[in-house]
Design a protein around this ligand. Structure first.
Ligand code: ZN
Length: 258
């Protein structure tokens, strides 16, 4: 009986421990970026897990037509496989972030393995685009002291999100994805959509549509942009969101000092 009670307690402890590892807004393991300034009428669209042609390109078509910049957290192996798409992301004014080499669960890796995943991805992005990104997002949002510590040691800002994930990968329909996002947006929000699936090389390996099809994200992107624009939001990259938040902080400090 006592053993059973202990086992149940342990299971509950593990569950909440794990929740904390993946909860996007907890700061238990170190400081991460969850949102921008709550005083700025702006949001940051971010796309994870690509490049994944042709869907990434279709999303880029929407962004270009709408004149909206976004931030793409790319998986190293996919970046290496699709250099033309990666180059286009950067050329069209979008920001890049590091989403590891193969979308592994970083909390299960040694710091050395983590570091080499990030550096290999960085070297690939830099070779193709000439850009070294200082943004990283851990796959599954999973992080602990070691993950954040290693990322920061390498000069990265760890970027999470504030709008609950719309579960776009389950392909619930573009209207559902868009509604889940716009219903939860506030000033300074960070939105996550997916242009790929864990960096799987869909086109190259001829993977089935249920693994790789991101047409709903293409349509949802257009709907989200139109709806939020009508509500007066601007769209910014993560570096711009950070710069605006820093400026808002400075302003608040100056006002407080008066
Ligand atoms: Zn991911």
């Amino acid at each position: 009986m006592r053993f059973l009670a202990l086992a149940i307690l342990l299971a509950i402890g593990c569950y909440f421990g794990y929740e904390a590892v993946e909860a996007p807004d907890n700061q238990l393991f170190g400081k991460t970026l969850v949102a921008g300034a709550p005083t700025e009428r702006e949001v940051a669209l971010t796309f994870d897990d690509g490049p994944n042609p042709p869907y990434t390109d279709r999303i880029l078509d929407v962004l270009r037509a709408e004149r909206v910049p976004a931030t793409f957290f790319v998986v190293g192996r996919a970046a290496a496989a699709y250099p033309a798409t990666l180059r286009r992301i950067a050329r069209e004014g979008n920001a890049l972030g590091n989403h590891t080499w193969d979308h592994s669960h970083m909390t299960l890796e040694s710091p050395a393995a983590m570091g080499s995943e990030l550096q290999r991805t960085d070297a690939t992005i830099a070779r193709i685009t000439g850009i070294h990104t200082h943004l990283m997002r851990p796959p599954f949002g999973a992080r602990d002291f070691a993950v954040i510590g290693e990322a920061q040691k390498l000069g990265y800002r760890v970027v999470m999100w504030s709008v609950p994930l719309p579960k776009d990968w389950e392909q619930p329909g573009d209207a559902t994805i868009a509604k889940r996002v716009v219903d939860n947006v506030a000033d300074g929000s960070i939105i996550v959509l997916h242009d790929g699936n864990e960096g799987i090389l869909c086109a190259r390996d001829h993977r089935p549509a249920h693994d790789c099809d991101r047409n709903q994200d293409v349509a949802a992107t257009r709907e989200i942009v139109d709806t939020l624009r009508a509500r007066g939001f601007r769209f910014v990259t993560i570096p711009q969101l950070i710069a605006d938040a820093d400026r808002a902080d400075e302003h608040a400090k100056r006002m407080a000092a008066r």
